[in-house]
Write a protein that binds this ligand. Structure first.
Ligand SMILES: [Zn+2]
Length: 470
């Protein structure tokens, strides 16, 4: 071997060695967190409760339960506390950068929403996964900010909404347009299709058939066109009805017979049900008085532009009347009967809120929804399943999230009290894990008060009625 070659070999060896050292340092400093003496509510099918356990989290995943704990692990005292899987809101409409005025090439957005501010209410409420049911390109951008680690926030599933009629957005009024819209949405990266109220019967059926061929799931409204032929809307390729009122509006007399018919059709076609009970409750609240929105927990974290919309351009409050209020109250009663009947028939109930609709506050409203599910007849454990394991299953990611098990992502919520005793205890959050990252309550509270302060300072800078000026 020549001297020059030896020098080269040594250099290569040294470089390789330094890379090994670097890699070693990296894995040694990888996040290792142990929660000790904690009660784990696993939310697996048999829902094994593991009391006084130690759980180890490395990087993003749960690596052991009651295993040995390396000395280097940072520890969190879980004594007397309860650990549950991160919560999933299966129906949100997130805020993204937008414009409201007429546009021109190169114009872009005129209103910008800080992604961390948008995601903070979810973080504060232990909502580690959301499903946006009218997603746009900007939602992909927000999701990437979170994945890159620039923002703490939930996992995000994205559905493309398809409607009929002559409105804006993704519109299809013929079967071939419906099929093409599904294929384009899939090509753009959307993972699910949401069908909407103004689709005609043939287009609705074509969309569902095409989505089935493309192996993407469909959920959404039952179009108004099915008014007297509701049976036709049900098929095994329509995977979930969202909003109990989609069924309520198909019932003439709110009869038990109608309920049983909807149950039968859903069961025969394996359709799941996401009632969004909180949506109509909040619509009723604001129809009665706008003060009911202002005093909601979390209202101060809503962006001033949206607050201005909710308070100055509130369509529900504008049409208030004793008749409308009575109509909503009757519908709420019927919705509750539907949930009870569907649940008793063994149809999976899925927790979603429609957050982003006026008065339905991101993150906070999911705790309202699961509380309403319990009021409608689910046990606290069943309500928790609806917002953890079952939702993960519907999304097709139950091998990754939805339960507290070794190998799953560490999306976790640490609670001060047992939610199986009282579902309201899901609100008593001591800290959260988002993708393995621990965020203690103190940090969450600091971030929340900072956001509330900025929103208050900027309050007069945003006026919904002047949004087209920009
Ligand atoms: Zn919605």
């Amino acid at each position: 071997m020549q001297k020059r070659d030896l020098k080269y070999l040594l250099t290569v060896l040294l470089l390789t060695f330094s890379q090994i050292v670097k890699a070693q340092i990296k894995s040694d400093t990888a996040t290792l967190i142990a929660i000790k003496n904690v009660n784990i509510i696993t939310m697996t099918l048999e829902n094994k409760i593991i009391e006084n356990a130690v759980i180890l989290i490395k990087d993003k995943k749960i690596v052991s339960i009651n295993g040995t704990i390396p000395k280097s692990a940072k520890t969190i005292n879980g004594k007397g506390k309860w650990l549950i899987p991160g919560l999933i809101d299966m129906h949100v409409h997130g805020l993204t950068d937008s414009y409201y005025s007429s546009t021109y090439p190169t114009k872009g957005a005129t209103y910008f929403f800080d992604t961390q501010d948008v995601m903070l209410p979810y973080v504060a409420n232990g909502v580690t996964t959301i499903f946006d049911l009218n997603a746009r390109a900007e939602n992909f951008g927000q999701r990437n900010e979170i994945i890159k680690g620039h923002v703490i926030g939930p996992r995000i599933a994205l559905a493309a909404l398809i409607n009929g009629g002559d409105g804006s957005g993704r519109i299809a009024n013929t079967p071939s347009d419906g099929r093409q819209t599904v294929r384009l949405a899939k090509a753009e990266g959307y993972e699910f299709i949401k069908v909407y109220s103004d689709l005609n019967i043939e287009t609705f059926k074509a969309i569902i058939d095409e989505a089935n061929k493309q192996k993407i799931k469909v959920l959404g409204h039952i179009p108004d066109a099915f008014k007297s032929t509701i049976e036709e809307a049900f098929s095994p390729s329509f995977n979930m009805i969202v909003h109990a009122e989609e069924l309520a509006k198909q019932s003439k007399d709110y009869s038990e017979e109608d309920i049983q018919n909807f149950v039968k059709l859903s069961k025969e076609n394996s359709i799941w049900f996401s009632p969004t009970l909180i949506t109509i409750e909040r619509i009723l609240d604001q129809t009665i008085s706008l003060d009911n929105i202002i005093k909601l927990k979390g209202f101060q974290y809503i962006h001033p532009l949206m607050r201005s919309k909710w308070l100055t351009s509130n369509q529900y409050n504008k049409r208030t009347s004793p008749e409308f209020i009575a109509y909503l109250e009757r519908m709420i009663q019927f919705n509750n009967r539907l949930v009870k009947a569907f649940h008793e028939a063994g149809i999976p109930i899925i927790a979603g809120t429609d957050a982003g609709t006026s008065g339905v506050i991101y993150g906070f409203s999911l705790h309202d929804e699961i509380e309403l599910l319990v009021k409608a007849g689910l046990t606290p454990e069943e309500a928790l399943a609806s917002t953890t394991r079952l939702s993960a299953t519907w999304l097709g990611i139950a091998d990754k999230i939805g339960t507290v098990e070794v190998g799953k992502y560490a999306d976790l919520v640490l609670l001060d009290e047992n939610p199986l005793n009282d579902i309201q205890n899901t609100r008593k959050i001591s800290g959260v894990f988002f993708n393995g990252k621990w965020i203690a309550k103190k940090k969450i509270d600091n971030m929340l008060s900072d956001l509330a302060k900025r929103n208050a300072e900027n309050k007069n800078k945003f006026d919904w009625n002047k949004r087209k000026d920009l």
